[in-house]
Design a binder for this molecule. Sequence first.
Ligand code: GLN
Length: 188
Amino acid sequence: MPKIGILGMHGSREEHAEKMQQLGCETIFLRNEKDFEGIDGIILPGGESTSFKLLLEKTGLEKTLKKYIDEKKIATFGTCAGIILLSSSGTKNNMNVLDIAIDRNAYGRQIDSFSDEIEIEGFSKKFHAIFIRAPQIKSIGENIKVLARYDNKPILVQSENILAATFHPELTNDKRIHEIFYNMIIKK
Ligand code: GLN
C-alpha cells in the first residue's frame, strides 16, 4: 500500500488524507524528519504559504522536503498554497523545485474566491474547481506540461515528478485529480 506524507502543520491536510485513503493509500502527517521515512509520495496542501514557509524554515523541514522532492524525485502534489511553495519565482514563499513563476492572491481577496467547471486533459467530464485566494501561474518552464487552463492561464501543471494546481481538488468529492497523482506514485 503506497504511503503518502502530507505536510501536517495546517491547511487542507485532512481532506487530502481522506482522498488518498479512499484510493487505497496509507497517510501520515509530516511534522518531523522521521515522518518522511518510507513515504512514496508527498502532498503540500492549501493553506497560507507564508505560515508554511515560516514553519518549514523554523523546523528545518524545508531542507528535508527539498531533498525528497528534488534529489529523490519522489512524486509530489501541491494545491494552492502548495503550488506557491513549489514554485521557482514570483514569491518569497517558495522552495524552488518547480519551474513556474507565481503571482499570489492574483484573483483578489477572500471575497473574490470562486468556483467553476473546467476542462482537464484526458477527462471526459468537466471538473468543479474551487479557487480560494488562488495564485496565478505567470510563466512556466520548458519541461512543464499544462493539463488545464482557466482564462487561458495554466491552473494544473505537471513535471517529471510534480503535479500542482492553483485550485483545491481536495475540497470536492471528485477524486480524478488525486488519481493522476496516485498513478504517478505507482508508476515509479
Ligand atoms: N493565498 C494563499 C497564499 O498565498 C493561498 C490560499 C490557499 O491555499 N487557498 O498562501
